[in-house]
Design a binder for this molecule. Structure first.
Ligand SMILES: C[S@@+](CC[C@H](N)C(=O)[O-])C[C@H]1O[C@@H](n2cnc3c(N)ncnc32)[C@H](O)[C@@H]1O
Length: 277
C-alpha cells in the first residue's frame, strides 16, 4: 500500500528537515517499503497508521527510527575500486612522505554506513603499509546519522553476503573470524577505527583536521544549497595538503570552488586551492 496524502507530506518534510535528504512527491511506494516492517514491529497496522500516529503525537525515539529507516545504507568493501587503488599507489605513499615529521595520519569516513569504507582503508594499511606507518599515530574514524549503522560499524560483524561484496577472499581469511553464519573483524583491524553519530547537516562539533576525508554517496541525496554547506564544512576540516574523495556520481565542481579536482590514477580527489604542502 503506497503512502500518500498528508502522511507522505509529513514524512517528506520530516526527512528533509532532519537529514536534508530530498524525497520526491512520487516516493510513496518507497516510504511504504521502508517503513512497513517497522510499523508492524511496533504494532501499527501499516506505515500510514504509524506516520499518522507520529504526526499527531511527537515522539523523538520513533522519529529517529523512521528517519533511519528512510536512509539508504548501501555500501560495500573497496567500493568503486579505483579510489582505493589511487590511495594505495599514490595518496598514502605521498602522505607517508609529507607526514614523516609529525608521524600522524588521520582519515575520516563521513556517512560511513556499516563501516566497510573505513575498514577497507584499515585493511589496506595493514596489508600494504604496516612498515611504512609503523610507530605512527593513526586515527581512522567513521560517522553516520544512523545510530543503528554506527552500532553495526563498531561491532564489525558482517553476513556472508556482505563480506562477499568487494572483499578479496585472502583478506577475509586473514582479518575475520567466523561467528556462526557471520564474520567478525579481528580486533587488530576493528580496534583501529572509532565511530560516532554525526549529522552532517547540523553544526559540527570540533574535530581534528583530516588528511583524507571520504564523503561518498551521501551528497547525492541533498539539494544544492545543502551540498554546498556540507562541502564547505568538509573543506574546513581538511589538513593542509589533505585529500577529499566524493562518490562516483558526486562533484564539487560548480558548487564549492575552493575544492579543486585532481585526477590521481583513475580516481578524482579534491584538494584545497592554494593548499600548503
Ligand atoms: C549510501 S550510504 C554511503 C556509505 C559509504 N559512504 C559508501 O559510499 O559506501 C549513505 C549514508 O549516509 C548516511 N546519511 C544520510 N544523511 C545523513 C546526514 N544528514 N548526516 C550523516 N549521514 C547521513 C546514511 O545513514 C547512510 O549510511
Amino acid at each position: 500500500m503506497t503512502v500518500g496524502g498528508e502522511q507522505l507530506l509529513f514524512v517528506r518534510q520530516l526527512v528533509q528537515r532532519k537529514t536534508a535528504i530530498v524525497l520526491g512527491e512520487d516516493k510513496g511506494y518507497l516510504v511504504d517499503s521502508r517503513l512497513s516492517s517497522l510499523a508492524r514491529d511496533l504494532g501499527h497496522a501499516d506505515a500510514t497508521t504509524m506516520l499518522d500516529h507520529l504526526r499527531k503525537k511527537p515522539d523523538l525515539a520513533l522519529e529517529q527510527r523512521v528517519l533511519e529507516a528512510m536512509t539508504t545504507n548501501e555500501t560495500l568493501w573497496f567500493r568503486d575500486r579505483a579510489p582505493f587503488e589511487a590511495l594505495r599507489q599514490h595518496v598514502l605513499p605521498e602522505l607517508a612522505r609529507s607526514g614523516a615529521g609529525s608521524r600522524q595520519l588521520r582519515i575520516w569516513s563521513a556517512a560511513c554506513s556499516s563501516g566497510q569504507e573505513i575498514y577497507s582503508i584499515a585493511v589496506l594499511l595493514e596489508e600494504h603499509f604496516a612498515d611504512r606507518f609503523a610507530g605512527w599515530k593513526i586515527d581512522l574514524a567513521g560517522t553516520d546519522f544512523s545510530v543503528e549503522m554506527v552500532k553495526r560499524a563498531s561491532e564489525g560483524l558482517y553476513s556472508t553476503l556482505e563480506v562477499n561484496r568487494g572483499l578479496p577472499a585472502a583478506s577475509l581469511v586473514r582479518h575475520f573470524d567466523r561467528e556462526g553464519a557471520n564474520w567478525r573483524l579481528k580486533p587488530s583491524i576493528r580496534s583501529r577505527a572509532r565511530f560516532w553519530r554525526m549529522n552532517l547537516v547540523e553544526p559540527w562539533a570540533p574535530m581534528p583536521a583530516w588528511d583524507i576525508v571520504l564523503l561518498r554517496n551521501v551528497l547525492i541525496y541533498f539539494d544544492i544549497p545543502t551540498k554546498e554547506k556540507v562541502l564547505r564544512a568538509a573543506s574546513r576540516q581538511m589538513a593542509p595538503g589533505g585529500y577529499l574523495l566524493l562518490g562516483g556520481a558526486e562533484t564539487a565542481v560548480g558548487i564549492c570552488p575552493e575544492l579543486v579536482p585532481e585526477k590521481i590514477g583513475d580516481a578524482t580527489f579534491y584538494r584545497l586551492e592554494g593548499r600548503e604542502q
